[in-house]
Design a protein around this ligand. Sequence first.
Ligand SMILES: Cc1cc2nc3c(=O)[nH]c(=O)nc-3n(C[C@H](O)[C@H](O)[C@H](O)COP(=O)(O)OP(=O)(O)OC[C@H]3O[C@@H](n4cnc5c(N)ncnc54)[C@H](O)[C@@H]3O)c2cc1C
Length: 401
Amino acid sequence: MQNSSPQEQRDVVIIGAGAAGLMCAIEAGKRGRRVLVIDHAKKLCEKIRISGGGRCNFTNIHTTAGDFISGNKHFCKSALARYTPYDFLDLMAKHEIKYHEKTLGQLFCVNSAQDIIDMLLAECRDAGVEIQNPVSVNGVRPLPDKANAPKFSLETSKGTVTCESLVIATGGLSIPKIGATDFGHRIARQFDIPVTAIRPALVPLTLNADDKAFCKTLSGVSQDCIASVKKQSFHENLLFTHRGLSGPAILQISSYLEPGKSLSIDLLPGQNIEDELTAEANKKKTITNVLAPFMSKRFAQEWVERFSENRTPADMGSKKLRAVAETIHKWVITPSGDEGYAKAEVTLGGVNTNDLSSNTMESKTRPGLFFIGEVVDVTGHLGGFNFQWAWASGHAAGQAV
Ligand SMILES: Cc1cc2nc3c(=O)[nH]c(=O)nc-3n(C[C@H](O)[C@H](O)[C@H](O)COP(=O)(O)OP(=O)(O)OC[C@H]3O[C@@H](n4cnc5c(N)ncnc54)[C@H](O)[C@@H]3O)c2cc1C
């Protein structure tokens, strides 16, 4: 990649060459802005590369504002309306990239996530965008407010660069080993822009010793379920692991689960296990055998061993049968914690949207400074929504920088 000599000047500098940063660069470049993108990583777009199991769940065709968590649930609406999943599909069509819908509107590449990376980098080249990496930013300084003069000066490992618009697209904290940092939050604080409380989200949950030992015996077993916290529920699969619980339903609900609080899991949605057990009350089947048609035999055996006794329903009164059914339809778990940023897909929280224009992503208190993508307090559900936010917020800023 190219070097910048000391005291270079650009119209726009974007820090972070991920999904949001590159989308913003493409749009600004197409408008004729002189754009420099800086990233400290040796290899660009690593999060795109590893996403969706290597096939990148790049959007969700059912995207609505309801698929995002934010201090202001209306904030994401404008950007999402102006850059929809179909706009991204048009871009994919231009590059003849094949995709397919896996489930619930989730679109994945047929070949690999590399197709999307190649597309973004090709679009950057066509729009005259310069990308420098690996380059680190050692400091950002505001410049005196003068008409038509640069507003920011950046000290980088390649020298000084000034710009009119500075875009922070450094993402969240998940997966530090591929370059995630809290740079964006630090820049916000430097300019007195508030950052909401942050924590790992879309993350596997860890359990206390007893529950953990139980999950370990079922490690690898997947089960359809409804996981709920207060009024929020997700009907997807859960996966028992050596450390606790994972799978889509658990990742989804983790974004709503406050530390130390409980979640409730219905392990047989749509069934009435109390009725099934009662119907067997005059027969010889054991509880495990009554449950077995509804779940794997292994799951039924372990469940009964943990929560009941393997007797026949006839030997148990209706009160006990109801209690067994309740453990299945309302399994209440209080996780000991989660697997942290090393395993989380996203960071919940970020730059407070009250300080940002929902139209342009520009700070209301620091003109010329923009925040886009995951660094902002807009967090999508699992299923392609986080990339759609990255594209849409990057696109919105790209029209304004
Ligand atoms: C394992 C995994 C799988 C995922 N799968 C999906 C999926 O299938 N679908 C989906 O919608 N979302 C998925 N996500 C979430 C999605 O990847 C992110 O929400 C999205 O990449 C955010 O885009 P961004 O541009 O804001 O940040 P990023 O894509 O993280 O880009 C930030 C860039 O900033 C750079 N950077 C960071 N700090 C500095 C610094 N100090 N100086 C210079 N550069 C810096 C980084 O190197 C990086 O290139 C997944 C996340 C993970 C971790």
